[in-house]
Structure formats: structure tokens, C-alpha cells
Design a protein around this ligand. Structure first.
Ligand SMILES: C[S@@+](CC[C@H](N)C(=O)[O-])C[C@H]1O[C@@H](n2cnc3c(N)ncnc32)[C@H](O)[C@@H]1O
Length: 266
């Protein structure tokens, strides 16, 4: 472990660094210094993949914006990471504006969430955003028109934070566009797999069910957990259990080599 990796184990060090966020983008991403460190890690990974594939720009998306803390953090991460790779990053936020819709049944976990939770203040949020764009309306009505309108760079990262099974199913339509609408591997973060404890998340409801059904319905596209991420990071955090990748096996760039070979000295 290097010096910074060691320091991050010291209690309070990460918190202190967050208050004075100096240092390289790499170190801040790797050591979780950004607000919403999972967003920064995912945007960094997506931009690096795009750079290695020779692409000039990517889109990053948050499904479920609510007050906007996540979208503001996503925009901030994109702004800092973009120049590191010379990849332009467009930021999009999708939300119904009026909070959660009516749950369809037990699969939407109505024992923890109900209609109207997490309302947006659109004017207040817009005043805090500089380049991020909002797509307002129920995702069952907005995702397909968004794909059909086009004009956005390939999708490199998607955060799913819609709480419900039914909303996540609708949002996953974002992967129904042509190959060129996304990177061959799209980093995905699923926020509703761990908390709240009372949700008792399981594969028959919520995001777990939406992912399982997506995989059953698609032969050449699969959503797979990024295994062992914790062991690639210098610190442990719950979000590392919620990172998945959309693997688009039929994407023309899927098999293009990304990583330069690393040969150890004899
Ligand atoms: C937990 S909040 C998102 C929190 C936000 N990501 C953050 O970190 O601050 C969930 C959001 O999902 C939105 N949502 C849920 N189902 C939706 C649907 N079918 N269409 C659009 N938005 C939906 C709700 O309006 C709500 O704002």
C-alpha cells in the first residue's frame, strides 16, 4: 500500500481532506474525497474507457434527482474529470418532479416508500446547476423519446436511484438504443440495494428484480455486478457493493483492447 493508501486508514483523514480538497484528480477519486465518491469513481472510469476507445465525449445520467444533491455532485465530478482525459462529459438528470409515483405492488417496496416522497424544487435546483440538463416527467414516458431524439454522446455512466422496481424497469429502457448510444461497458450504480434495513432488499423486488428480469430478457446485453471492487480500492465503502456494468457484447468496440500490458520486472 502506498503512503496515501495508508493515510486513508487513519480515522478522520478522509473527512479532513474533503474539507480541503487539494491534490490530483486521480488521488481524490481513488481515495473517495469527492462528495458522492461513487459518482466520481464511475465518471472517472467511464471517461478513461472513452479515452482508450478514442471517443471525444460521453453522457452521464442520474435517474432520480429529488433535491439535487447527487446531480450537483455529478456535475462537479464531471467538470473536474473531463480535462484529465480530454473527454467532454454531458450530465443529465431524469425525474418526475412530483416525487415518487404510486407503487404498483409489493415489488415497489411500499413498506418503505410511498407516493409523493422526495419532491423536487426545480427552480432552486436549476439555480445551482451550470451545464447539467433535466429531463422532467415519469421515466416510463421520457426515456424512449430521449433515445429517439438522440443528439447526446455515448452513455458512459448511469446512476439508478428511483427506489421502485417499476421505475427502474422503465429507466433500464435507456439501454434499448443502438450500440452507438453507449460505451460497450456502461458503469451503473444502483442506490437501492442496501439501505434502509427495513427494506430487506431481495431478488424478488426492487432493483434486484429489475436487473434479473433485464438479464432474462436480453441475450447480448447483461447487467453484472463488478466483482471484488473493494479489493481494487484503498478503502472499503458500501457503494462498492452497488456498482454494476452493462456489458453490451454485440457492441463493435466491446473487444477493442483497452489496457496496456503490464509486465513485471524479473
Ligand atoms: C431517492 S430520490 C433520488 C435522490 C437523489 N439521487 C439524490 O442523491 O439526492 C428518488 C427520486 O426518484 C424519482 N422517481 C421515482 N420513480 C420515478 C419515475 N417513474 N419517473 C421519474 N422519476 C421517478 C422521484 O421523483 C424521486 O425524486
Amino acid at each position: 500500500m502506498d503512503l496515501l493508501g495508508g493515510l486513508i486508514q487513519v480515522p478522520g483523514f478522509q473527512k479532513l481532506w474533503r474539507r480541503v480538497p487539494v491534490g490530483s484528480v486521480e488521488n481524490k477519486v481513488r481515495l473517495g474525497i469527492y462528495r458522492y465518491p461513487h459518482y466520481a469513481w464511475a465518471v472517472y472510469s467511464a471517461a478513461r474507457q472513452a479515452k482508450n476507445l478514442g471517443l471525444e465525449a460521453i453522457s452521464v445520467i442520474e435517474f432520480g434527482v429529488a433535491g439535487g444533491r447527487g446531480l450537483v455532485a455529478l456535475e462537479h465530478a464531471a467538470r473536474e474529470i473531463s480535462p484529465r482525459f480530454g473527454v467532454r462529459i454531458e450530465v443529465w438528470g431524469f425525474d418526475a418532479e412530483k416525487g415518487l409515483p404510486k407503487p404498483i405492488d409489493f415489488r415497489d417496496l411500499p413498506h418503505v416508500w410511498e407516493q409523493g416522497d422526495y419532491q423536487m424544487d426545480v427552480a432552486k435546483l436549476k439555480a445551482r446547476l451550470s451545464t447539467a440538463k433535466l429531463v422532467l416527467g415519469d421515466v416510463s414516458q421520457t426515456v424512449i423519446p430521449f433515445l429517439e431524439a438522440g443528439g447526446f454522446p455515448p452513455i458512459g455512466f448511469v446512476s439508478f436511484d428511483l427506489d421502485y422496481y417499476s421505475s427502474t424497469v422503465a429507466a433500464l429502457q435507456i439501454f434499448e438504443g443502438a450500440n452507438a448510444t453507449r460505451l460497450p461497458r456502461v458503469c451503473c450504480y444502483f442506490d437501492d440495494m442496501i439501505w434502509p434495513e427495513d427494506a430487506c432488499h431481495n431478488e424478488f423486488a426492487g432493483e434486484f428484480l429489475a436487473i434479473r428480469e433485464f438479464n432474462e430478457q436480453h441475450d447480448s446485453k447483461k447487467l453484472c455486478k463488478l466483482n471484488n471492487l473493494r479489493w481494487m480500492m484503498p478503502y472499503a465503502d458500501a457503494w462498492q457493493e452497488e456498482i454494476y456494468y452493462l456489458h453490451d457484447f454485440s457492441h463493435p468496440l466491446y473487444t477493442k483492447k483497452l489496457t496496456p500490458p503490464e509486465q513485471l520486472p524479473l
